[in-house]
Design a protein around this ligand. Structure first.
Ligand code: BEZ
Length: 255
């Protein structure tokens, strides 16, 4: 996660991938932040949802592993506390009324460590409310990319797969092992419009570059062009690319 997310261009992220925080707005309703609550925004990116949470009168700490994202968040919202932190090594103990996380936990391939840190960071009675990529998220895109990498004669090692997309059964069980009482878990399709004719190319370059790690530079553009061509039938509708996103949402309590 560290390398990929830190190579993201924070400006590009804000201009072309603002849907990430736009979709997070309904997750805020699920969190129902209260005035005066101490809330950790885990994987806060460039801070837009942290700002919305702070508008409820909550006291927000935003953390992200990417220095560039945190730099951008601080310059956009100087009154909010932002820190660079790794979700598997959080330094908080019994501090928060809630931990909120949108579109970040699929980058954490060590979910047990992250859940232990989240649990430790919560006060007794505190809640964890999260949304991220669930089982089979972006499967059409990643399957086609793997297929084209292999068709060109390169080996794809699953360790290069940058994400953790669990089912709700798997993630609820991990939450319970960490000590949470799971009160809500949902898996749903969220077809996501991606901007522009080059959306698939841009998406792969921005999010999926580690999948092409074993491929020489000279071959990458050709592979991505084939992926785009083959996905057109599946993901291009009415003049627009639609990403095959699937989300999970969970709520757990530290009792
Ligand atoms: C997601 O939000 O589901 C996602 C975003 C980028 C890469 C993979 C998944």
């Amino acid at each position: 996660m560290e390398k990929i997310r830190d190579t993201w261009n924070a400006n590009l992220y804000d201009s072309k991938h603002s849907f990430v925080s736009m979709y997070g707005e309904s997750l805020i309703e699920l969190l129902a932040p209260q005035k005066g609550e101490k809330i950790l925004d885990l994987g806060c990116g460039t801070g837009d949802l942290a700002k919305q949470l702070s508008d409820y009168g909550s006291e927000i700490t935003g953390v992200d592993q990417s220095e560039k994202m945190i730099e951008q968040a601080r310059s956009k919202y100087p009154t909010i506390k932002f820190m660079v932190q790794d979700a598997t090594k959080l330094v908080f103990h019994h501090e928060f009324d809630a931990v909120f996380s949108n579109a970040a936990l699929h980058w954490i391939k060590q979910p047990k460590q992250a859940l232990t840190c989240i649990y430790t960071g919560l006060k007794q009675g505190g809640r964890f409310v999260a949304e991220f990529g669930g089982k089979d998220n972006v499967k059409a895109i990643s399957d086609e990319l793997i297929h084209q990498i292999e068709a060109e004669g390169f080996t794809f090692n699953m360790e290069q797969f940058p994400w953790f997309f669990p089912s709700i059964a798997e993630y609820s069980s991990l939450m319970e092992q960490a000590g949470f009482r799971v009160t809500f878990a949902q898996h749903f399709d969220r077809p996501t419009p991606l901007d522009g004719e080059s959306a698939i190319k841009n998406w792969i370059k921005m999010f999926g570059s580690s999948m092409l790690a074993g491929v020489p530079e000279s071959k990458k553009a050709g592979i991505i062009a084939k992926v785009e061509n083959n996905l057109k039938e599946v993901l291009y509708r009415d003049g627009r690319w639609i990403g095959d996103y699937k989300r999970i949402r969970v709520i757990g309590y530290k009792e």
